[in-house]
Design a protein around this ligand. Structure first.
Ligand code: ATP
Ligand code: MG
Length: 565
């Protein structure tokens, strides 16, 4: 490719709303451009990177025995009704009607479509296992599309679905996919962690996420400083904390606490560690067909983890409630307690058998002291958010928090979709059974941004060789100098015949201008054909370190093919 003929309209200005380096450099470097909020075009350089990423993914998946298909992007609502997800998915699902008033959605994920494809086509256990995938557009009408390709509304995903005769075989495939994903992300030169995850709207049991470590990541991950434990904060567990001090023993009775509402105020008032206070967090839970107020009780020293809370009560969403709504439900804001409430309540597991606690009395200005939760008839679940310094559930080591970008997510689905969609096969005994399934996603377009979040400096992108749009940029310092021009052309041809991906910057522009583009776009190496050619020398610049190496002009080809190996 010749730079002079290529469509690479780099720009000086960053988009106004761009905060992250990946967003800024991918737009400035002419990889992508924004069409509408969360919707992007890919320019030639962006398309090249995308293809390289896709090829790495395809090669590894094909090696693991997966087969590529392509499903329709527009999917009938009917399928979503059958699986029960039409209501659950909420506003992220873009619905519309065709001219005959048939309802469709733009696919945000394709479990329903894939099950429908396999159903009645794979009929016997002999046809299993199957692992089918596609690399295709997805649409999610995200509430807050941002950070360029990191959180788009239209984006590219690799989504794979596997079909098995039994649970054991699905678990085997799940492990194979974990290994395969590790290889994929290693090939892209990423620093990542595999973490235990929450399964979200996709459903199913065990799931793991692949997190690219980056301060700009939207996900918080919990890692142990002593063992391999790592989990998304939405799924992270801790060893039950030890009591920080002796409990505040008291007779069970009502106590006048005027104006004392928050955990901080209560702790000051009684001079009691928040560990011995019962915190009430009231939320409105939204279900398919109704909404209700739910009160979550936890220790005053803990915070509610909303994703855990959400799945513990099986709701679609949790939203804040006003004081007025609380009063209408018979609750007393600031004084909500676990005894005799009329709304649904859920206790954190660490409150099981908790004694000598102080809690709200469900009466204005009053709290209860000496409360014993040992006899309380209620549901308990792990609903707290792990904090930095909590103890590891596996080894007791110290838990640390870091940030990550989710680039992959694999799920053990079981029969969550095959059952409602009646997708069955005949087992060895001729008995009809629903497929046992797994599902495996990779954020393909998000990966482009994640790679740059990990590989950039203040000048621009620094592409790892495996995904760079071109490996080498030959920069001719002065295109009017015949000797420079001829040398560059010859090297360009030779490298191309050796299958090196090379771009020749033959533009009639200042040298500094061309080097700025090299640094912004981030090709791994630049070959500078300049004044020193007269002395038989060429300079090679390593984009990562910006170090220059002088090489004899006759040795440049070997030097390059060597470092690119
Ligand atoms: P997130 O928690 O980031 O919203 P998710 O858990 O909803 O993602 P999955 O349903 O697991 O996403 O989708 C599989 C993969 O698709 C994710 O691991 C992620 O890499 C990618 N992905 C999801 N949503 C987006 C988006 N809005 N823009 C770009 N990539 C996305
Ligand atoms: Mg996910």
């Amino acid at each position: 490719m010749r730079f002079g003929k290529a469509f690479i309209p780099t720009q000086k200005e960053a988009p106004k709303d761009a905060l992250l380096p990946s967003h800024i450099f991918l737009v400035r470097g002419a990889f992508i451009n924004q069409v509408a909020s969360g919707i992007y075009n890919f320019l030639p350089l962006g398309k090249k990177v995308l293809e390289k990423i896709e090829n790495i993914i395809k090669n590894e998946l094909d090696n693991a025995g997966c087969q590529e298909v392509q499903l329709g992007f527009v999917t009938p609502c009917e399928l979503w009704e059958k699986s029960g997800r039409l209501a659950k998915y909420g506003k992220e699902l873009l619905r519309f009607k065709d001219r005959r008033e048939n309802c469709f959605v733009l696919g945000p994920t394709h479990e329903e479509m894939m099950v429908e494809l396999v159903k009645n086509r794979a009929n016997s256990y002999k046809d299993l296992p199957l692992n089918l995938y596609q690399i295709n557009l997805k649409f999610r009408d995200e509430a807050r599309p941002r950070f360029g390709l990191l959180r788009g509304r239209e984006f590219i995903m690799k989504d794979g679905y596997s079909f098995h005769a039994d649970h054991e075989d699905m678990v085997r495939e799940f492990k194979l996919m974990e290994e395969t994903y590790r290889k994929i992300f290693e090939k892209m030169g990423l620093d990542f962690r595999v973490v235990e995850a929450h399964s979200g709207a996709i459903g199913g049991s065990g799931s793991k996420e692949f997190m690219v470590l980056a301060n700009s990541g939207e996900d918080t991950i919990v890692v142990c400083d002593s063992c391999g434990y790592a989990a998304n904060i939405e799924a992270a567990k801790r060893a039950q904390p030890e009591a920080p001090c002796e409990p505040p023993e008291a007779e069970f009775c009502k106590f006048f606490t005027p104006g004392v509402k928050t955990i901080g105020e209560l702790s000051d008032f009684f001079k009691v560690n928040p560990y011995y206070l019962v915190k009430a967090v009231a939320k409105k839970a939204i279900y398919d067909d109704h909404e209700e107020i739910v009160v979550f009780f936890l220790r005053g020293s803990d915070e509610l983890q909303e994703t855990k809370a959400l799945s513990a009560i099986g709701a679609n969403d949790l939203v804040d409630v006003s004081e007025e709504e609380l009063e209408n439900a018979g609750l007393v804001p600031g004084y909500i307690g676990p005894f005799e409430t009329e709304v649904r309540v859920l206790f954190d597991s660490s409150l099981k058998n908790a004694a000598n606690m102080i809690c709200g009395a469900n009466e204005k200005e009053y709290h209860m002291v000496g409360a014993d939760l040992g006899n309380i008839e209620a549901e308990f679940a792990d609903i707290i958010e792990v904090k930095e310094g909590d103890k590891c559930p596996g080894c007791g080591g110290k838990l640390l928090l870091t940030k990550g970008i989710e680039v992959g997510h694999i799920f053990q689905l079981g029969t969550r979709y095959s059952e409602p969609l009646e997708a069955n096969f005949l087992d060895e005994n001729g008995k009809s059974k629903p497929f046992v399934m797994g599902t495996y996603g990779i954020g393909v377009s998000r990966l482009i941004a994640a790679i740059i979040e990990q590989n950039h400096d203040e000048k621009g992108c620094i592409w790892p060789k495996s995904v760079a749009p071109f490996e080498v940029d030959i920069v001719v310092s002065n295109i009017k100098d015949e000797e420079q021009k001829n040398f560059a052309e010859e090297l360009y041809d030779r490298l191309r015949s050796a299958s090196v991906e090379v771009i020749l910057d033959d533009r009639n522009e200042r040298f500094g201008f061309k080097m700025k583009d090299f640094e912004l776009i981030g090709f791994p190496y630049a070959v500078i054909v300049g004044k020193s050619l007269k002395e038989g020398k060429i300079e090679i610049v390593d984009r990562k370190t910006l170090e220059k190496t002088e090489v004899e002009k006759d040795k440049v080809f070997e030097y390059l093919t060597d470092i690119l190996k």
